[in-house]
Design a protein around this ligand. Structure first.
Ligand SMILES: O=C(O)[C@H](O)[C@@H](O)[C@H](O)[C@H](O)COP(=O)(O)O
Length: 228
């Protein structure tokens, strides 16, 4: 696994944003458009602010989510809300955003709507940015969920699945592992010693159901981007 270790979170936020922008420019130059799949949570927020200032033809970029909590886009738990606040502003406001929360009453009923929207996102994805929880989940592929076997099944027929974690609130909509791996460049974005320790624990084992991040580490060419 390639590692890009930065001396500080501020340095990571700036340097990583510049690296992502360069990859998006390359995708636009090669194919006339580019796709960026981002994760929610706290880690990416500072980097998003830097990325929003990068100069590129954002009108040719489609941004979507690796996963979403099944809450309204006005809810503080919404990844869409976080992305709109931290990334879809400044120059990046021109990008097209494809959210995962739709009008369906619950995530299980929402899958069909997400699948029908999926064709709007250029694939293979140009850039996928994954995070990781303390339990080794990534996107919403939670080890505690009843849906984890489906989520890690590379033959799972749909790009999205509804997930009910037992260790975190809200039903989720998540890209499947197979969909996440359909990418030209895959990053794992972590900060802090605690997440590094969880990653080291993941690297010392192979059971993907115990720590789903292992499925990414073991099946993909993923670049770690980390700062203390
Ligand atoms: O919806 C989410 O929460 C994310 O997609 C999730 O997979 C996140 O990347 C990790 O939970 C890490 O979250 P933090 O960055 O907040 O630690």
């Amino acid at each position: 696994m390639k590692e890009s270790n930065f001396p500080s979170v501020d340095a990571l936020n700036k340097g990583f944003a510049e690296q992502i922008a360069a990859l998006l420019r390359d995708g636009i130059a090669a194919r006339g458009k580019a796709s960026l799949i981002v994760s929610g949570g706290r880690t990416p927020q500072g980097m998003f602010a830097q990325l929003s200032e990068q100069t590129l033809d954002w009108s040719k970029v489609v941004i979507s989510l690796a996963d979403e909590r099944w809450v309204d886009a006005t809810d503080d738990a919404s990844n869409e809300k976080m992305v709109r606040e931290h990334l879809l502003k400044n120059k990046a406001a021109e990008a097209r955003f494809v959210g995962l929360k739709n009008a369906a009453a619950d995530a299980l009923q929402g899958v069909a709507g997400c699948v029908s929207e999926f064709k709007q996102i250029p694939a293979p994805f140009d850039v996928v940015i994954l995070g990781m929880g303390e339990d080794g989940h990534t996107a919403s592929l939670f080890p505690c969920s009843a849906q984890i076997k489906q989520g890690l099944d590379l033959n799972y027929p749909e790009p999205y699945l509804a997930v009910q974690p037992t260790t975190a609130p809200h039903w989720r909509m998540s890209l499947s592992l197979a969909a996440l791996l359909d990418s030209r460049k895959l990053f794992l974005h972590l900060t802090g010693e605690g997440k590094k320790a969880v990653l080291n624990q993941a690297l010392t084992g192979t059971d993907e159901f115990e720590m789903p991040i292992r499925a990414v580490l073991q099946r993909a060419d993923v670049e770690l981007v980390w700062a203390p």
